[in-house]
Design a protein around this ligand. Structure first.
Ligand SMILES: Cc1cc2nc3c(=O)[nH]c(=O)nc-3n(C[C@H](O)[C@H](O)[C@H](O)COP(=O)(O)OP(=O)(O)OC[C@H]3O[C@@H](n4cnc5c(N)ncnc54)[C@H](O)[C@@H]3O)c2cc1C
Length: 311
């Protein structure tokens, strides 16, 4: 099954497959288990259900690698819309947004970095007005420096902005040290892209060992670690380390993806942990779904069935 990871990640960038698969409705079996809907109304409804279950949420308007400024503007407008809707429904205290900089202009040839920074600033302002926060997702390694530079700039005005670091990158332990300061919200994940050997660990065991080293740095530090994993071993280690470093519950949080281990999400919340569910929504679900399938090729047969039975 591990052999399927690389081809599936390559397919996640295939325009041909994307065109074929994107005609499938989001309600089709496998898609709806990972993405609750395409509209603001559907994601706000899904968020209300999670909050009623004692969970928190981070909403991601799907879309990445935007190549024109109009599309980037449309993404910013979608975030403003969902933030206003969260505030209206009284959900903003428990629900923030996650933003991919490539969806708001980072990949544009002319001034991509600057445009993404200004767009991110607009979303941070809307989030603050709604009473919540933004976390900047991390994408492939070619964007890491630009994303961390934008984070530094944003934090001058919006220190509550969250960062994401990926334990599969060799550089990440050092990045954790740099970001483990008071008030710094840092999501630690393993990393979801196909990365070359010169920048990333290739063996799962090495990625896991790095994850534990990074957890130690973040939990021993002064920031607010956000432990993003479904891995039972990593969750157990994070719990043990948080006790060892004298952290009270609520000074860190667990995060998981929508539709993955939902019972574990609720179990941790019942134990008094803060648990945030990452909820992707929107029409551009193809790349996201392919990355989830790459992590769990067992689900490939469900995906093919959904594709064959599409109306
Ligand atoms: C909240 C959140 C935000 C994220 N943000 C980013 C980001 O900004 N950038 C980025 O590159 N990546 C991001 N990721 C994805 C992340 O990098 C991993 O690709 C993904 O979480 C899978 O890694 P894992 O830690 O769950 O462990 P894995 O090594 O994939 O899995 C370990 C174990 O977890 C359990 N498990 C995993 N998946 C499932 C499943 N579908 N059903 C049941 N059990 C399962 C199994 O026991 C499995 O053996 C994010 C993940 C989360 C949870």
């Amino acid at each position: 099954m591990a052999l399927l990871r690389e081809p599936l990640l390559l397919l996640s960038r295939s325009e041909q497959l994307k065109r074929l698969v994107s005609t499938m409705p989001v309600s089709a079996g496998i898609v709806s288990s990972y993405v609750p809907g395409e509209t603001t109304a559907s994601v706000v409804e899904a968020t209300a259900t999670l909050v009623a279950d004692g969970l928190h949420a981070s909403l991601d308007h799907l879309g990445e690698d935007v190549l024109d400024a109009d599309q980037a503007d449309a993404t910013v407008a979608a975030y403003k819309d969902v933030l206003a809707a969260l505030s209206e429904r009284g959900l903003a205290r428990r629900a923030e947004v996650s933003v991919k900089l490539s969806a708001i202009g980072q990949a544009l040839e002319a001034n991509g970095h600057k445009i993404a920074l200004e767009n991110a600033r607009a979303i941070c302002r809307a989030a603050r007005n709604a009473g919540t926060t933004v976390t900047l997702d991390m994408e492939d390694h070619t964007t890491t420096d630009s994303t961390l530079a934008i984070l530094r700039d944003l934090r001058k005005d919006f220190p509550e902005t969250g960062a994401v670091l990926q334990s599969y990158l060799h550089r990440t332990e050092a990045d954790c040290r740099a970001l483990a300061y008071e008030g710094s919200r840092v999501r630690l994940c393993k990393g979801a892209y196909n990365e070359p050997e010169h920048v990333a660990f290739q063996d799962k065991a090495d990625v896991d060992k790095s994850y534990v080293r990074c957890l130690k740095v973040l939990l021993a530090g002064d920031g607010y670690p956000m432990v993003a994993t479904h891995d039972p071993r990593m969750i157990a280690i994070a719990s043990t380390l948080s006790s060892r470093f004298g952290r009270e519950k609520g000074t860190y949080e667990f995060q998981m993806l929508y539709g993955i281990r939902p019972e574990e999400q609720k179990r941790l919340a019942r134990r008094g942990e803060t648990v945030r569910v990452y909820v992707p929504y929107g029409a551009q679900w193809f790349g996201y779904l392919m990355r989830r399938l790459a992590e769990r090729p067992q689900n490939l047969s469900f995906f093919v069935k959904s594709l064959i039975s599409k109306k």
